[in-house]
Ligand binder design. Structure first.
Ligand code: KG4
Ligand code: ZN
Length: 345
């Protein structure tokens, strides 16, 4: 079964073609980052205009690269939340129009579920299924807007076992980068500088370490700002490399500690990392080192599937559609999908 995936929830426009939920035939991503960078963050109006300008071209490229024509598409899956309203609307309108014109069934997908399904994708061209998650497993979703630990019981049952009480981890990366005037988005540039720095140079808190599975990153952000200002006052400005390394280590330590704890408490031996922050190579390596002694099977999709992409949406759409068919629920071919900016799991 061939699924066309469409993702426009934030500042990446993406169209993908995925076979049978796992085999990625194409995954075209256009990142708008350079257009938003001068403003130090995402400007929603610019984001939706750019989605509208490029989505049709991306659609054509996705089909070309997959070597298929429109008549090969069986299902269309589209992100309908959470995300920026204007951005989501572009993808949903495109998908609805496509579906009405072609008669291809339409499936709405929750972006957060999409991130979890990134764990089911094979590398382009590969049909190796040995790296697929086994239920039940714990998924850490860590992105610009979310930090959640989810117990995934099966394809359709998600239980949030922990989440941030304030900022998301990606948001903390972006805010620290803004403080240091490193530009937007913060994650990649902080990772680059941190590689050259000493993670023990500055002392930052690991908030709520022994209080359940929830996270808090606002205290870390405040500590980072305070240290930065104090050092300036003392006439000894912070060393960016050391500062980034210490901040990144504080985030990484708490993410790893709580994820392993979630696995232990939920008796799950598989841990899937997903969302933009998990593109961070240092974080990936630290997870691997820490998980090994606990016999945890760690699954980390390639970085191109960690950040926003339509392949994960197509995968989620495939499993949702299959579920509708096998439970004998007559799939609604053209559901009146509404955009839900604050949709949760
Ligand atoms: O999943 P994603 O692409 O979009 C959302 O759904 O939010 O995540 C974007 C977030 C941003 O906050 C960005 O700074 C962060 O992921 N990010 C990273 C890295 N690459 C992206 N954080 C740390 N290290 C990275 N290499
Ligand atoms: Zn995302």
């Amino acid at each position: 079964m061939i699924v066309l995936g469409i993702e426009t929830s934030c500042d990446e426009t993406s169209v993908a073609v995925v076979k049978d939920g796992t085999e990625v035939l194409s995954n075209i991503v256009y990142s708008q980052i350079v257009k938003h960078r001068p403003y130090g963050g995402i400007v929603p109006e610019i984001a939706s205009r750019l989605h509208a300008e490029c989505i049709h071209d991306l659609y054509k490229r996705a089909l070309d690269q997959a070597g298929i024509t429109v008549s090969d598409i069986d299902v269309c899956a589209v992100t309908h939340g959470p995300g920026l309203e204007g951005s989501l609307l572009v993808g949903v309108m495109f998908a609805k129009t496509f579906s009405k014109l072609t008669g291809v069934p339409l499936v709405p997908v929750n972006h957060l579920e999409g991130h979890i399904y990134s764990g089911f994708l094979d590398a382009v061209g590969s049909t190796d299924t040995s790296s697929q998650p086994l239920f039940p497993f714990i998924s850490l979703i860590v992105s610009g807007g979310h930090t959640q630990l989810v117990r995934v019981h099966d394809y359709f049952n998600f239980e949030i076992v922990g989440q941030t009480r304030d900022d998301a981890a990606g948001e903390a990366f972006d805010k620290v980068a803004r403080l240091l005037e490193l530009g937007y988005p913060g994650g990649p540039v902080i990772e680059r500088l941190a590689k050259e720095g000493n993670p023990k140079a500055y002392t930052f808190p690991r908030a709520m370490k022994h209080q359940g599975l929830d996270f808090s990153f606002s205290g870390l952000k405040t500590a980072v700002v305070q240290t930065f200002k104090e050092q300036q006052k003392l006439g000894t400005p912070v060393v960016p490399e050391d500062f980034c390394a210490s901040f990144q280590k504080a985030v990484s330590d708490i993410l790893i500690f709580k994820s392993l704890k979630a696995c232990q408490e939920s008796q799950c031996s598989t841990l899937l990392l997903c969302g933009g922050v998990t593109a961070n190579r240092t974080l990936r390596e630290s997870f691997a080192v820490e998980a090994a002694p606990h016999n945890i099977r760690l699954l980390i999709p390639p970085p191109s599937y960690s950040t926003d992409n339509a392949a994960m949406i197509a995968s989620a759409g495939y499993f949702k559609y299959q579920h509708q068919i096998t439970t004998h629920t007559e799939p609604t071919l053209y559901p009146d999908i509404r955009v839900i900016p604050n949709l949760s799991l």
